[in-house]
Write a protein that binds this ligand. Structure first.
Ligand code: PLP
Length: 492
């Protein structure tokens, strides 16, 4: 039996601040130690082995001690976590994070402001509003712009498309959304959630650099019009997830303006260019969008989550406004009380904006842009390296920081073998933990992918990972490493 007051010391308040300080110090010390010791991005642990550790934990038998819980956490999580700060983590759109943002994370969780209403956040709401204004300014939107922080690009895209749907004047069955073949799948999910028909998302072809072809968009707009379908939005991607390609924004904006169609720019990845001193021009035309998605947790070195949706005309956010008597009654809006819930799909909402705020106040935007420019520079160097390497074939040259390529087996070996060798190389590399890379399919074939977001990744790291990949693929081709068995045995 626990004493009725035994739980009180765990409450964070004026009497427990010393315990809070000690717990935070102990937690950060564990993380610091793991980061210091990580000689690879991943231990290579298999899900089966880790699951066994978790199965042995009885959630109804607490440890009653922060240090004991941290010991356990170190064993089941920190030891085998995937570390994005490591220079040989080259897989997905996960960035290493900056310290001012981590400081923000610690502060925002402890104060625990909720950004739905002014009366739950006060200055937090004003910080978010200033950052929305700042981001809109960077985009080139005018004074009418507005927006709100969201949980991620998926939610930002959903939010933007909801606004577009509300602005469109047609029945759901006739609505269409046009996106390129290389656009993000979250747009399809959004269409489904918005009640559009199964054929609502129409893809148009890309050019050799995986950018939407404006001529194909023009044809599709025309085809929809003649078929009596209403295009509620064109989604242009500024930084496709696989290729880092940027759709031709000025041409697309021109076509949308002529057709009177909502333009959404998904800059979840490419938004880092907003603070680049050398490459901001790559986003030219974004200011003509009706809505924009930005993911600060991708190219602003922010911890998950940190994202926002911006709109050129803030008035459209009224489509998500609902006045609840208990929370944000209309009279509050009439009195000018700033309630962000009036603009958001969420109600209770994290104060993620604080992380970006402290990042800008400590480092400034140029420093963030400098970090992003460095990874883009590195990607260009990596492209040259792979393009000159006869062991590999590379798909496109990204204006951002991805590299899609594949190992080429010696001539005369079949297509299936090439696919399997690349699949095997990726899995074997991850199982070794020496590096983590991504994979994708291009025109039906298996490719490998680097997503560079770490300025600490050197060209030597990249050359080393290429050697490791070629070694694994070569062993597979030579027949020493059958797919699946070998991979699962590497770490058992
Ligand atoms: C990552 C990504 C998304 C989804 O963003 P989340 O933050 O993962 O929800 C949407 N669009 C593009 C182009 C992306 O790269």
């Amino acid at each position: 039996m626990t004493h009725p007051h035994a739980a009180r010391p765990y409450l964070f308040n004026d009497r427990t601040v010393e315990g809070y300080r000690r717990a935070m110090a102990a937690g950060t010390a564990r993380v610091a130690e793991r980061i210091r010791r990580a000689d690879r991005p991943f231990s290579g642990v298999s899900p089966e082995r880790l699951a066994a550790e978790f199965a042995a934990i009885d959630l109804d038998r607490p440890l009653h001690d922060h240090d004991a819980a941290l010991d356990e956490l170190d064993r089941v999580y920190l030891r085998d976590a995937v570390y994005f700060h490591h220079p040989r983590y080259l897989a997905h759109l996960n960035c290493p994070v900056v310290i001012p943002a981590l400081l923000g994370e610690a502060v925002l969780s402890a104060v625990n402001s909720s950004l739905d209403t002014w009366d739950q956040s006060a200055g937090g709401t004003l910080i978010e509003r200033r950052l929305i204004e700042w981001t809109a300014g960077r985009i080139g939107f005018g004074a009418a712009a507005d927006g709100v922080f969201t949980s991620g690009g998926t939610q930002s895209n959903l939010h933007a498309l909801l606004l577009a749907r509300e602005e469109a004047d047609a029945s759901p069955a006739r609505l269409r959304v046009i996106i390129s073949e290389a656009g993000h799948f979250s747009v399809r999910k959004a269409a489904k959630l918005l009640g559009l028909g199964p054929d609502a998302v129409v893809t148009v072809e890309t050019d050799g650099e995986r950018r939407m072809r404006p001529a194909a968009l023009a044809r599709e707009l025309d085809r929809c019009r003649r078929a009596g379908q209403a295009v509620m939005a064109v989604v242009a991607t500024a930084g496709t997830t696989d290729f880092g390609s940027i759709d031709p924004l000025p041409e697309i904006a021109g076509l949308c303006e002529a057709a009177g169609v909502w333009l959404h720019v998904d800059a979840a990845y490419g938004c880092g260019l907003l603070v680049s001193r050398r490459r901001r021009h790559l986003l030219d035309g974004i200011e003509r969008a009706d809505s924009v998605t930005v993911d600060f947790h991708k190219s602003f070195f922010q911890p998950v989550s940190s994202s926002a949706v911006l709109v050129r005309d803030g008035a459209v956010l009224r489509h998500v406004t609902h006045h609840a008597d208990y929370l944000n009654p209309r009279r509050m809006a009439d009195r000018g009380i700033p309630n962000q819930v009036d603009k958001s799909l969420q109600t209770t909402r994290r104060f993620d904006a604080l992380k970006l705020w402290l990042t800008l106040r400590v480092m400034g935007p140029d420093a963030v842009g400098e970090l992003f420019d460095e990874v883009v520079d590195r990607a260009a160097q990596a492209h040259a390296l792979v393009a000159a390497d006869p062991r590999f074939e590379v798909v496109t040259r990204s204006p951002l920081s991805t590299l899609v390529f594949r190992y080429l087996p010696p001539d005369g070996l079949g297509r299936k073998l090439a696919d399997d060798a690349n699949l095997y190389a990726r899995e074997a590399l991850a199982a070794s933990g020496a590096a983590v890379v991504a994979g994708t399919r291009v025109d039906g074939r298996h490719y490998l992918k680097f997503t560079l977001l770490n300025p600490e990744t050197t060209l030597d790291d990249i050359a080393h990972v290429l050697d490791l990949l070629a070694g694994h693929a070569q062993r597979y081709v030579d027949g020493f490493a059958p797919l699946t068995e070998e991979v699962t045995h590497v770490h058992s």
